[in-house]
Design a binder for this molecule. Sequence first.
Ligand SMILES: C=C(CC[C@@H](C)[C@H]1CC[C@H]2C3=CC[C@H]4[C@H](C)[C@@H](O)CC[C@]4(C)[C@H]3CC[C@]12C)C(C)C
Ligand SMILES: C[S@@+](CC[C@H](N)C(=O)[O-])C[C@H]1O[C@@H](n2cnc3c(N)ncnc32)[C@H](O)[C@@H]1O
Length: 361
Amino acid sequence: MDSLSLFCTGALLAGGLYWFVCVLGPAEQKGKRAVDLSGGSISAEKVRDNYKQYWSFFRRPKEIETAEKVPDFVDTFYNLVTDIYEWGWGQSFHFSPSIPGKSHRDATRLHEEMAVDLIDVKPGDRILDVGCGVGGPMRAIAAHSQAKVVGITINDYQVNRARMHNKKAGLDSLCEVVCGNFLEMPFQDNSFDGAYSIEATCHAPKLEDVYAEVFRVLKPGSLYVSYEWVTTEKYRADNPEHVEVIQGIERGDALPGLRSYSDIAEAAKKVGFEVVKEKDLAKPPSLPWWTRLKMGRIAYWRNHVLVIVLAAIGIAPKGTVDVHDMLFKTADYLTRGGDSGIFSPMHMILLRKPKEAPSKS
Ligand SMILES: C=C(CC[C@@H](C)[C@H]1CC[C@H]2C3=CC[C@H]4[C@H](C)[C@@H](O)CC[C@]4(C)[C@H]3CC[C@]12C)C(C)C
Ligand SMILES: C[S@@+](CC[C@H](N)C(=O)[O-])C[C@H]1O[C@@H](n2cnc3c(N)ncnc32)[C@H](O)[C@@H]1O
């Protein structure tokens, strides 16, 4: 081969690799590229060990049923998945019903804005985002309502990502991010004008515990809305296929155990909330939330090849391949949960902290 054809072949290969990694790599919402994948706050060499440690929690299920072990378990999970989520999904770590003629991005934003519209917020109010991720919902909600949003997440890597995105979006005067456990929040009693949680409280071993904390920090008379992950009335515990799907969802999403839709209002009433409204937002006329997952299947294959190549050449941590493989399988369980109607990630409950404490008689 003469030097010109050698040069052309090399240039073509390099261009192809650049296109595969940097152009195909990024998510719909730019922010993370495949070459930036990391293990969050975990150093690259420890990603694989932490992935094994994550799985070991499921061999000792009693440990994830106790509140003390959960922060570790959930924190490890989000160190492993946060970059992959941002890369392949965007900055909002939740689902939303599909809307004809609207992009995923717009459908996501509308689902987030609905939450803040439900809690009746005024510009300047101080509201709480319980389990805020990297802050996709927080930014949409602050921009829409002009309220001051304080988000809490257990994962310090997410805190840094969220603060960076808030600054970049010019929303850091409205959005604050705190690292902490939503089961023991570092906030004063009666200090928020409203609160919301989007697909986050499913990580609490006991829903009452996180609801009690939200109740404590809310001002009397104010509202809290939560989008809960639940099994629906179609779920049958004696159907092995249902059990396999729900167990697959729990293991791939760091859940100490999915709750039934019928347990949500009970938990809220137990800690003193009044139930204003309860509705599964996944039910028709809403269009399926899981079509986005299904449509992405080809991209997940491409992503998998990319992750294998990047890990092999030492750009991505080795364990990223295992984590990606776990998410790949989880996407299938979630899709089956949606298709069969046994699972919903958007059982909405709207709650009010009563104006006056109930009299003790
Ligand atoms: C609320 C939670 C997270 C919900 C979703 C945001 C995520 C659940 C499953 C995730 C994904 C599955 C497949 C990945 C794919 C293989 C990869 O190539 C790109 C990223 C995925 C699409 C990833 C994105 C986020 C999810 C959809 C839980 C944790 C309570
Ligand atoms: C699936 S993500 C959803 C994030 C965000 N609500 C969104 O929709 O983008 C769940 C979030 O809950 C947080 N979380 C889970 N358990 C927590 C705990 N005990 N204390 C604080 N945050 C927690 C995770 O760190 C993560 O940020």
